[in-house]
Ligand binder design. Sequence first.
Ligand SMILES: [Zn+2]
Length: 113
Amino acid sequence: MSADVGHQPPAKSSECPICESPIARVHLADPFPCPTCDHWLYVPRYYSYFWSFVALGVTVASCSALGARGPILLLASVVAYYPVLFIMSFWMRHFAPPRLRPCDRPRRERQNP
Ligand SMILES: [Zn+2]
């Protein structure tokens, strides 16, 4: 028997597109420097939009599958959306990390060396 039986697949992490080193913590909203090569990187906006939309779809589908209809479906979806989004953001950071893009150093960082 293999020693790997029962182990979960290793969590993925984002990679720097310049030096290809793994980056454990990415900033979804703002550009940030690669800890290895210091090039500035950012997460494309569509990444957050896409996963927010997927979370909304999962929320509505789950509430509908549990029997919610009409105004109750709307109310249940509003209440359940943030917990679902939280769970999905945890999942996506570990198993579908964002593909980073290089960018210029932000202006506010240039003023404060
Ligand atoms: Zn790098």
